[in-house]
Write a protein that binds this ligand. Sequence first.
Ligand SMILES: [Zn+2]
Ligand SMILES: [Zn+2]
Length: 204
Amino acid sequence: MSNESAAQIAVELADQAAQSPHQRLMASGHERPEGDRCPICFDLIELPVAKHSTNNVCCMKRVCNGCDLAATQRGMLDRCPFCRTPIPDNNASTLVMIQKRVSKGDADAIKVLGEQYFHGKLGVAKDVTRAIELWTEAAELGSIDAHYELGRAYYTGDGVEEDKLRGIRHWQQAAMKGHEPSRHNLGALNMITMETTNLLCSTG
Ligand SMILES: [Zn+2]
Ligand SMILES: [Zn+2]
């Protein structure tokens, strides 16, 4: 290899290393995450995902409203349309199902359990500290929704000490994997304030 081409490669590597998180964000996450795909029809669920699908705690599979309706029309009224487990009809059984999946290390289940602690739902006493712990664990295990929730909590100081930079970092993690609400939030912040833009460029 000539000295000239070696020097060129060194310059390119330095350029890549110098890319800010903002640039990395712009270069990645343009595809929807696989978790946004209905496991029955394999179509991407319409946005916003939560409005156009139902998450089933038995298998933690998010099924699109179309497949849910088709299952209902076939008479499957009280079972999960994906795994056919009977749908729990009270808070205690729902919680048991979530905890069963949590014990298997299911990142989505850990994120969902965190939600129950954050809001004090399904008969769980509200405990924001526990919710943040669970979301952090879920995020480490790959839940991009958990990164989103952590981003929201830290950015707005909802239940935790406000830490905007930390919140933005969590949204960045989710956004780089194509999480639409996180990309939306970061985009909106960019439009609102140059201060945030500078903050974004200095993170990572
Ligand atoms: Zn479907
Ligand atoms: Zn199921």
